[in-house]
Design a protein around this ligand. Structure first.
Ligand code: OAD
Length: 310
């Protein structure tokens, strides 16, 4: 039953809405991959070697200390390659296979797990790029699907040590040193880092979108065209704080096309739900692990998920 006090948490009621939905969109964030063992950005695990993960995801950080930023991404590539897609990824894959072009997944995740869960590629829009694309910092060269681990011998990761550091408390001293332009904390000489084979000048960099950079133009155009095509019945907002723009803006865009909002998040209304925080009694909130909730709430369309190895 819909509550006058806020979003419904009733799975049976959601199933009815799901079954009558003709066009559905999903907006995913790091929480979708949490059950696969990958850290989120803003919760526990949002630190790497005393640095805030978000403070390393900028072109300025790369310009200042490309070795440090590369080590961070080398660690993330390594962890993502070790991780396996979870039932949440597979549930979205099944929904996509069942609904075809009437379902689109927009993901902010760069970990490649949706792709490895065989999510149909046409219906999967990578808003923030991929850890496994390698771009040039200077020219337009881009290489896709590079799974070398390490990407370069200098970027080999001692993951036990990095896991320990990731779990260690942030020390104000270390952060202050990094943030002080007068302190040289560089880790690897930039001349020794891999350079672009095309222009020979630029450093290679991970093909992810950093803060201050534009989202991939083609992807944005494809998403825009899908949204414009017709009414949208439902948007699933999965494991994201929905605070990073323009990605978070898709919640409002879907609402403007008529969509009800269903939030699937470890946090409830007392937490940070960003662009999805103004839920009404027409909307839904399922609090808990996306890997458990998605297979359950999508069951009327996807049926039961078989056990998978991958
Ligand atoms: P955040 O770290 O901001 O948010 C993760 C969300 O997942 C939080 O709302 C958690 O409550 C929720 N969560 C954690 N574990 C979960 C689980 N098992 N099941 C469901 N929800 C869970 O990550 P994003 O919102 O993805 O951008 O961050 C958005 C963007 O900010 C990222 O793509 C990245 C980052 O900086 C760039 O690097 C440009």
């Amino acid at each position: 039953m819909a509550s006058i006090y806020g979003p419904s948490t009733d799975v049976a009621e959601f199933h009815e809405v799901l079954k009558s939905s003709k066009r559905i969109m999903a907006l995913c964030g790091a929480g979708l991959s949490a059950a696969s063992g990958l850290g989120t950005f803003r919760g526990a695990g949002g630190m790497w070697r005393n640095h805030k993960a978000t403070s390393l995801a900028t072109p300025e950080a790369f310009e200042r200390d490309p070795g440090l930023v590369w080590l961070f991404y080398s660690y993330r590539r390594h962890k993502a390659l070790q991780a396996k897609p979870n039932p949440g990824h597979y549930a979205l894959t099944e929904l996509s296979k069942k609904m075809l072009e009437d379902f689109i997944t927009l993901t902010q995740n760069v970990d490649g797990l949706s792709q490895r869960a065989n999510h149909p590629r046409e219906q999967l829009k990578l808003l923030h790029g991929s850890l496994f694309d390698i771009k040039c910092f200077a020219c337009d060269r881009i290489e896709q699907n590079n799974y070398d681990d390490p990407f370069h011998p200098l970027l080999a990761i001692d993951s036990t040590e990095d896991d320990r550091l990731a779990a260690a408390e942030n020390t104000a001293q270390a952060r202050a040193a990094y943030e002080d332009p007068n302190v040289d904390t560089r880790t690897i000489n930039p001349d020794d880092l891999p350079h672009c084979p095309k222009c020979k000048k630029g450093l290679l960099r991970p093909g992810v979108v950093w803060f201050g950079e534009a989202l991939p133009e083609d992807t944005i155009a494809e998403v825009g065209a899908w949204i414009e095509k017709d009414k949208i019945d439902l948007i699933l907002v999965i494991g994201t704080t929905a605070t990073v723009w323009p990605a978070a803006g898709y919640v409002e865009e879907a609402r403007n096309k008529g969509a009800k909002v269903a939030v699937i998040n470890m946090d409830g209304l007392e937490g940070e739900l960003g662009a999805a925080s103004d839920l009404t009694d027409d909307d839904f909130l399922f609090q808990g692990d996306a890997a458990k909730i998605l297979p359950e709430i999508l069951k009327p369309i996807i049926g039961g998920l078989e056990k998978r190895e991958s």
